[in-house]
Design a protein around this ligand. Sequence first.
Ligand SMILES: Cc1ncc(COP(=O)(O)O)c(C=O)c1O
Length: 408
Amino acid sequence: MKPAGPIPSHFSALGGELMLGGRTASALVDEAGDTPLFVYSRDAIAARMAELRSAMPERLHIHYAMKANPYGPLLEFMADLVDGLDIASVGEFEQAREAGYLPRETSFAGPGKRDDELFAAIRAGVTINLESEGEADRALEIARTLDVKPRLAIRVNPSFELRGSGMKMGGGAKPFGVDADRVPALARRLVDADANWRGFHIYSGSQSLDAEAIAESQANVIALASELAAEADVSVPHLNMGGGFGIPYFAKDEPLDIEYIGRALQRQFNDLPSNLAETQFAIELGRYLVGEAGVYLTRVVDRKISHGTTYVVTDGGLHHQLAASGNFGAVVRRNYPVAIASKFDAEPVEEVNIVGCLCTPLDRLGDDVHMPRAEVGDLVAVFCAGAYGASASPATFLGQGPAQELLV
Ligand SMILES: Cc1ncc(COP(=O)(O)O)c(C=O)c1O
């Protein structure tokens, strides 16, 4: 048997069935009309935000990185809960605008921004986190054409990385940001060009469960921002300190100790370098805000035995849940939290492989998991599906299509 990850604690059972947002899994599937279905819980997101606000210093702004989950109703719901939004394309910008975000609360990071994307974002007043000197030149030229003062920040490629992070985005050669040693010259140039200088964006990694490492990285970010600003002789109106707050996906993962991070950050804020005294600080989080609030529901379409191994075959799979299948950056495949949603409080009685409906051995949702007996028609739940699920998976692969989505 292989263990599955921990099921987030806000899920419960009613009449034996998994409940979400006060409703049973089967009622939600009935409402959506079919499986596969992603369900995201407003209550779980709001509770997560409230816990985070109370743990973090009041001075800290919290931004949502919409790449984690751009589903329209969820994006709208988030707009009232967060202080800003991180976008990564003009497509996200359009979605954000529809959901009611103000351009001035929005910042645009990501390598390879096209001219038309810079044009749309600068014209609307979005902050561009510049990823290179070349991008800076293009942004300044586009602003001149538009006759506007562009809101520009520099994304710094720091020399440090976020220890223990699942995805490292700093430390050494990276396609992201400008190497720290070249940042002062660029910052000076932007200020001299009379841009609306916004400050720095320093993102060093994602999916860390190590509070000490995150606190250490935040201290490094503050020190680096202060040094760069001093060397360039510029102010830092805004410092986006990155994020990296992870969630427990796998067996033995422990939830992140946000109280520890909040206390450490408060100490940093109590003792800031003088050139950051007036700075507005922010973190940008995706999966931490929405990941555990979502569940992916898929229906069992077949049960079969091959060479003594039982396969529970579902109508979902990696085309909606690439990450849970182990094909989204994982080195070794491990089981996300999974359950038989229609028998949520039943005792496990068998060891099975839960697979998707795609004709590829990569389509695995649970390897050698210990489950209650699942029959054709039962619902399988994959948890931690609120981030990097529907929009981060190849929905059209093998002629499948998108899953349904519901915010409850
Ligand atoms: C610049 C940037 N911001 C935010 C995020 C969101 O990360 P997460 O969902 O792990 O919080 C990412 C993820 O890759 C990122 O690259």
